[in-house]
Ligand binder design. Structure first.
Ligand SMILES: [Zn+2]
Length: 101
């Protein structure tokens, strides 16, 4: 596997990759909790809300930060921590994440 750093490995084994599943719609949000706080990652679009990702993309360099690498590793190894929520909590949850940026 490419780009898997020790940082990503230890983050995954500490349960730092979380999937928030909203029911009954089954919308889901994945977050990675690192040193700088909780970041929103989307492995489908290779997006992460952390500053490292932001600067890497605006600087035209390889956009992969270790949060994304961690999320992919957790998915592959089945180490994602799943939590279920009610759909009513979705808006508040997203707002909380965005305010954190
Ligand atoms: Zn990141």
């Amino acid at each position: 596997m490419k780009n898997v750093t020790n940082k990503a490995r230890s983050l995954v084994s500490a349960g730092g990759v979380k999937l928030h599943l909203f029911l009954p719609s089954r919308r889901s949000i994945m977050t990675v909790v690192g040193k700088g706080g909780e970041h929103w990652v989307d492995t489908e679009f290779a997006f992460c809300s952390c500053p490292a990702y932001y600067f890497a993309t605006t600087g035209g360099r390889n956009a992969e930060c270790y949060h994304l690498g961690s999320a992919l590793l957790a998915i592959e190894t089945g180490a994602v921590e799943k939590t279920e929520f009610d759909d009513e909590e979705f808006d508040g949850f997203v707002r909380g994440l965005v305010m954190d940026l």
